[in-house]
Design a binder for this molecule. Structure first.
Ligand code: PMP
Length: 364
């Protein structure tokens, strides 16, 4: 199998083979313009049409109403950790609430605390981030500016079920590592954001879906580039956007819609992939430990360990010999992590599962 098909990296991660082929061609010359995508002006008609298509495709995939604006931003999800409190934690509201459920949500909490007052509604630090809270049971201040959470903790492999309840405060979700992997009721959220480098394309662009009514809360006086209204008003073309990243993102949305059949069809495939890998790990019994407690296990990131750093490294090395890459766990918790993003095929997961079984038969 092509090594690109066996990339289990936490991100930037696997992209669909057809998208990589199209992107390769576009580097030489776009079929529509005869010019390399890397030399296309962000003021060209071609780019204007591309932005429009990217937005239309996302709107369709998410089932999003016109009450929401979609913007394409830079600075990754980390910039959103800062921009969100700057824009939405206004003095008219009580301090925003944050769920600290893992490495990335804790980063978000840290950035919010630098901007102003914020409150931690739930903290999983003491238990080593192995569980999540039930959103509907949180004790929230109804006047809070918003509740921020990370729907899928990429490092620890924890995933919230889709939010199916009306929350008493505006809900803001970092969906960087499970965006478009499963259907969501997008209209329940005040804002959703996701960087591209997991399920959407290469790094360099971050999608922000913002309820238009939230824009009215933004205080005046923010630097233009940090004010969401600037990007909405300028149609994501205020300054030079990452043209290539947005191009690849558009190809990925076409693939998801046309080749996969949309987000519901993607969910069915993603479920089968995750079930297969968790079942294999289950068969290995005591030989492996999965980081997350069963109820909260992520379909996107499976964090586990053989309980011995030498065995973990030996598996990474053996897997690499078969062309399988990206299995090293995040530096903060070590161990192993297999990321099963949308573009990772069922065949690739089957190959990984065989590698795991064979490794255990021989070494563990
Ligand atoms: N949120 C989540 C859930 C992530 O997984 C990551 C990075 N992997 C980030 C935020 C930070 O994203 P970025 O590197 O784009 O700033």
């Amino acid at each position: 199998m092509n090594p690109n098909a066996l990339n289990f990296s936490g991100g930037p991660g696997a992209l669909p083979a057809v998208v990589l082929d199209e992107a390769r061609e576009a580097l030489a010359a776009l079929p529509e313009t005869g010019i390399s995508v890397l030399g296309m002006s962000h003021r060209s008609d071609w780019f204007r049409d591309l932005l429009e298509e990217a937005e239309t495709n996302l709107r369709q995939l998410l089932g999003l109403s016109d009450d929401y604006a979609i913007t394409f931003l830079q600075g990754g999800s980390s910039l959103q950790f800062a921009m969100i409190p700057m824009n939405f934690a206004g003095s008219r509201f009580a301090a925003p609430e944050y769920i600290a459920s893992g490495y990335w949500s804790k980063r978000a909490c840290g950035e919010a605390a630098k901007v102003g007052a914020s409150r931690i509604a739930w903290d999983g630090t003491a238990s080593g981030f192995r569980q999540l809270p039930a959103l509907e049971r949180l004790d929230l201040d109804p006047n809070a500016a918003y509740l921020h959470y990370v729907t899928n903790e990429t490092v620890e492999g924890l995933q919230f079920p889709t939010c199916d309840v009306d929350m008493p405060v505006p809900l803001i979700a970092d969906m960087s590592s499970d965006f478009l992997s499963t259907p969501i009721n997008a209209n329940r959220y005040a804002m959703i954001y996701a960087h591209a480098q997991k399920n959407l394309g290469p790094s360099g662009v971050t999608v922000a879906v913002i309820k238009r009514s939230m824009l009215e809360r933004i205080p005046d006086g923010l630097p233009a580039i940090l004010d969401f209204r600037t990007h909405v008003t300028h149609g994501s073309n205020y300054n030079t956007p990452p043209v290539f990243a947005i191009y690849v993102l558009t190809l990925v949305t076409r693939w998801l819609r046309d080749d996969i059949g949309g987000v519901h069809a993607m969910q069915v495939i993603n479920r089968r992939k995750a079930q297969r890998l968790y079942a294999t790990l289950g068969e290995l019994g005591e030989a492996v430990a999965i980081h997350a407690e069963p109820q909260w296990r992520s379909q996107m990131n499976v964090a586990f360990t053989f309980g011995d750093a030498r065995l973990d490294s030996a598996f990474v090395a053996e897997a690499r010999e078969r062309g399988i890459t990206g299995l090293e766990g995040h530096r903060s918790i070590g161990g192993l992590r297999a990321s099963l993003y949308n573009a990772v095929t069922e065949e690739a997961v089957a190959t990984l599962c065989s590698a795991l079984m064979e490794f255990c038969e021989e070494r563990v």
